[in-house]
Ligand binder design. Structure first.
Ligand code: M6R
Length: 353
């Protein structure tokens, strides 16, 4: 039931703070010790020389963020693969691979095909799914819940943030984030609400930057490039504004020729190491007429930025940075009088290959 909300998507965007708290409560005990991830899982993962995250769509984008946690905290090399590609063109695998299937529904046929193939080859795997007791959770060796609660809108929102959070927790069970993850997650939950409270800001951004526009861009570097892919998918799949998300450094290798007067370019800028370079790229598209909308974090902000995100641990910033993009997509779609929850040609769960 969507209660007083006009659409499930908006309700699900708002639920993200509660979801973050529920995930923390499930995976940490009162003393801040991890719970709920059995040694059978962590032992098997530690034996692996490489992790292979396999997923589709939004879940694939969540995997691109998760890769950072597994590599930086757990120190295990990690590859992220699109399930429909992996299924028919299996890449060369390491000697001891371990598979992670990321899925909201647990029923995505492309991911199921990969699970079926790798099981036949005798490789171990874990499913992180929102719907437990789904095919992917039943058929993998291990399964952990993503705990986003039922997601009804076709456009995935809270399942993405939940998948990112659960991957962070799992990586922290295998290594060391270097900070108190439980305390930081409590902060993340508070700051998610601070962003979702700013709906009017995002409504205005959608109305002004995207009015009458047929195309748009999301750019970022590093983790912001990963979030840009998800941000672009959100906007295009429900508003039908053709949106590309990509690594900002690639602009000069081709895409910048698409920039015209008024082209909306959203820049996600939360990573200190590359902030200067990204500022340069924003200036380059602005000089060619782009209407730039910079979404940045508090310590990196400059005059003229469209929205300042509260600050949490830098590697957790994707969880906050995606929320403006979800809300901008939502309001751009409302402006076009389209059905936010049910975009054309799409199903919530893609059970065919
Ligand atoms: O249920 P899954 O997470 O396996 O679904 C994968 C994609 O179909 C899904 O993430 C899709 O891209 C989203 N609905 C887009 O918002």
């Amino acid at each position: 039931d969507k209660g007083a909300y006009p659409y499930y998507m908006l309700k699900e965007i708002d639920e993200q703070a509660v979801v973050a708290r529920n995930i923390a409560a499930h995976y940490f005990d009162e003393e801040g010790q991890l719970q709920g991830i059995g040694c059978a899982i962590t032992d098997k993962m530690k034996e692996a020389d490489r992790l292979y995250i396999v997923a589709a769509g939004t879940s694939y984008h969540a995997g691109l963020v998760g890769k950072r946690y597994f590599e930086q905290w757990a120190k295990i090399p990690t590859e992220v693969h699109i399930a429909s590609e992996f299924a028919y063109d299996q890449p060369m695998l390491s000697a001891k691979p371990f598979f992670i299937f990321l899925s909201q529904s647990g029923e995505t046929a492309d991911s199921r095909e990969v699970l079926y193939n790798v099981k036949k080859q005798g490789f171990p795997g874990l499913t992180l799914a929102n719907v437990m007791n789904s095919t992917l959770t039943r058929e993998a060796d291990f399964a952990l819940p993503v705990l986003a609660g039922p997601e009804i809108a076709v456009a995935s929102t809270k399942a993405y943030t939940a998948q990112v959070l659960v991957q962070a927790i799992l990586a922290s069970a295998l290594g060391n984030p270097g900070f108190d993850l439980k305390a930081e997650l409590a902060k993340v939950a508070v700051e998610i609400s601070a962003i979702t409270d700013e709906k009017e800001t995002f409504k205005k951004i959608a109305e002004t930057a995207l009015k009458d526009q047929k195309s748009a861009f999301y750019i970022g570097r590093g983790l912001d490039a990963a979030v840009s892919l998800e941000a672009a998918l959100k906007l295009k799949e429900i508003s039908y504004v053709q949106t590309e998300g990509f690594a900002a450094g690639e602009l000069k290798h081709g895409t910048i020729s698409l920039i015209e007067d008024g082209t909306p370019v959203f820049a996600l800028l939360t990573q200190k190491k590359t902030a200067g370079l990204l500022r340069g790229e924003v200036a380059q598209v602005a000089a060619r007429g782009a209407n730039t909308v910079v979404i940045t974090s508090k310590s990196l902000t400059k005059d003229g930025d469209a929205f300042v995100l509260p600050e949490v641990a830098e590697l957790l910033m994707p969880i906050l940075a995606v929320i403006p993009a979800q809300l901008i997509a939502y309001y751009a779609t409302l402006d076009r009088n389209l059905d936010v929850d049910r975009p054309r040609n799409l199903a919530k769960s893609v059970t065919v290959q």
